[in-house]
Design a protein around this ligand. Sequence first.
Ligand SMILES: Cc1ncc(COP(=O)(O)O)c(C=O)c1O
Length: 431
Amino acid sequence: MKVSIAERDKKTIWHPYTPQKYAPVTIPIVKGEGVYLIDEEGKRYIDAISSWWVTIHGHGHPYIAEKIYQQARALEQVIFTNFTHLPAVTLAERLLNILPGPFAKVFYSDNGSTATEVALKMAIQYWWNKKDAKRARIIALRNSYHGDTFGAMSVSERGVFTLAFQDKLFDVLFADTPTAENPDIHFPNLDERQTDALLDETACVIYEPLIQGSGGMKMYEAGALDRFLERCKRRQVICIADEVMTGFGRTGKLFASSYCKTKPDIICLSKGLTGGAMAMGVTACAEAIHAAFVDDDKLKSLFHGHSFTANPIACAAALASLDLTEQPEFAAGISNIVDKHRSFCKQLQPYQDKKIIKNLRQTGTIMAFEVNQAQDAYISDIRDLFTNRSIEKGVYIRPLGNTVYLMPPYCISDDELDKAYGVITDILNEI
Ligand SMILES: Cc1ncc(COP(=O)(O)O)c(C=O)c1O
């Protein structure tokens, strides 16, 4: 008897973020096409969350695929110490041209977590290289998420993701996420002067601009963040923007930091960087940061690198993705989603009025709300309910606990968006 792929999978594979006792039966996907994932029986699913927020131009994009193929035939991998290659150099040049701020150097890695790890190491070692032992503190925001490696976990909100490791994580001071009512930086029981003194002992602050993704698609305002960042900058705190999720159009602009006057000193990118076609991370920094590593003393080097640093195929995919961001369809796709989401939020208002949902919100191409009847938690059963029902209906939605959100690829059509919206309202009507 032929054993199915799903059964073979169950025997051999440990899936991410999946309780092993309750692991769902996985669906073997054989093809990706535009906004669709297609399974082995030909059933099509609208990928309404862009496969963990990475796919921006759609799956199986022929232009990206062709560039990957060409690069794979020419040079698939090379150690990135004594060697370089044109795709890496061109990509760095093009990124430095479009990044939101005066960035000077690009450091390549593999994914979002490594991009934030590198940023933290750059910031911490910057002060070490300058022999300023006082600058020891790291500030992060409440509700933040910066990845699953130990440094990234340390600067993320302590919660279910980090529970088992809490006594192994380094100390971080969590500041309230700035809001319109409460902009600037606040710590309980500290007055202005004490806050400044504390900032004077701080190496860096790391933040997800405008939207805290895994923390529950929490949205906050650029004006409030600006006040916060200005204050940090005045006290020479290195500002690290984690744009792993928000980068490449998610908030409406190419980068969320473009909504703020105060620019970061370091920026982290991944996910949409390659259009979602290849794993890659980028950490870009301002010249002032890099300059602290230019020294006769070899101990002042950043001793960090990964086997696949600046992998040529990933660089080629990122270059192809950047080409696509320059096409009119890119901006048009984003603004269409922004408008359609806005109307859908209006359509959902009665559900909020009846308290079936709460905190209905939208920033750019991301809209979200909480299902009211459930507990506010990542392990809420609403996640499974929504996911299972939406999959049956041919749309893939995977709430963060009871936070339901949409973050589709920009190539999604009006009909496909309407289908996703319809599935959401159908499920809300059922519960
Ligand atoms: C803001 C942010 N930073 C970092 C990461 C970690 O990225 P990765 O999953 O590629 O390690 C994520 C992933 O969701 C993210 O949303």
